[in-house]
Design a protein around this ligand. Structure first.
Ligand code: PSU
Ligand code: MN
Length: 306
């Protein structure tokens, strides 16, 4: 018999035991996606948004050789302040646990941990994808192959606009991942509600998304669903406005030789400076919006599960 290295927060353990809705949250957005203290206030707000919808939040991180499913407020604060947390994807997960390092889970690693814990729905900001110039760098996020193999429904505001979005959609199609825009035809692109591309699929309510999740399980399909939830209108930075700023950040990354795991955190940080914080304000709004939708989907799954 194997014992999984999982440590559950008491409220998460109770919810999973009784079949109450639970929403997983990642931790890389806390350690590498936003600066302190906005990362901490956002992490707390997102958890509260999920509670307000009647579901239980489970922020996932690696600490002391264990996968923590749900963090205490003290742990959340420690994670938000630490500067040496590792960014953990599928490749790093076992090693990080073995070494007892503090690890922040990306979308890919959070999906794996959520699935091990028996959690079906996960909310984040934006997924990683195919980077621009991937034809020479081969930089394609492990988030995409994870979506192709781990059965968790991921609610994001679309692929991050720093990516090559058409190529990202191609890889997701190859991986058999349904990319479902929520409530509109256009594919949202993180800070913007649209980017000139129509989403492959569309659904208009949480109940349908939950039913599709359960249908995939009945069919024995591996992999997850990607729900692309547009940022609220009042918070968006239109694509035409953020586009030139992204270009500038990409040039800076190239000039400074930024590569591999550093690329996404560098670009997000640089864009934050170039927009004088406006990109962070939008990022916070979209994560909270995703958390609320994820909680409604989790609630529907709990209600519909036979
Ligand atoms: N969403 C955000 N901010 C982030 C991320 C998501 O709003 O920082 C993180 C996620 O953890 C995602 C990672 O998995 O960015 C992508 O990293 P990479 O491109 O190196 O795969
Ligand atoms: Mn990468």
């Amino acid at each position: 018999m194997t014992t999984l290295p999982l440590r559950f927060a008491p409220d998460v353990a109770e919810a999973l035991k009784t079949g109450a809705p639970v929403v997983a949250l990642e931790s890389t957005i806390i350690t590498h996606g936003m600066p302190y203290p906005d990362n901490l206030t956002t992490a707390r707000a997102v958890e509260q948004d999920i509670r307000d919808q009647g579901a239980v939040p489970a922020t996932i991180a690696l600490m002391d050789g264990m996968i923590h499913i749900g963090l205490s407020d003290a742990d959340l604060e420690r994670l938000a302040q630490t500067t040496d947390a590792k960014k953990i994807s599928r490749a790093d997960l076992a090693l990080c646990l073995t070494m007892g390092w503090t690890g922040a889970t990306t979308v890919a690693a959070t999906m794996i941990c959520a699935h091990l814990a028996g959690i079906s729905v996960f909310a984040t900001g934006g997924i990683g994808g195919v980077h621009r110039g991937a034809e020479t760098t081969f930089d394609i996020s492990a988030d995409l192959t994870e979506l192709g193999q781990t059965p968790v429904t991921v609610v994001a505001a679309g692929p991050k606009a720093i990516l090559d979005i058409p190529k990202t959609l191609e890889v997701l199609e190859t991986q058999g991942v349904p990319v479902i825009a929520y409530g509109q035809d256009a594919l949202p692109a993180f800070w913007s509600r649209s980017c000139g591309i129509t989403a492959p699929l569309r659904m208009d309510d949480a109940g349908q998304i939950a039913a599709a999740h359960l249908m995939r399980a009945r069919l024995g399909l591996t992999g997850g669903q990607l729900i692309a939830n547009p940022i609220p209108e009042t918070d968006e930075i239109p694509h035409g406005e953020i586009g030139p700023i992204i270009e500038q950040a990409l040039i800076a990354a190239e000039q400074q030789g930024i590569a591999a795991k550093e690329v996404t955190p560098f670009l997000l940080g640089h864009i934050l400076n170039l927009t004088a914080g406006a990109s962070l304000t939008a990022n916070i709004a979209l994560v909270r919006n995703n958390a609320r939708l994820a909680a409604r989907i989790a609630t529907e799954i709990a209600a519909q599960y036979p």
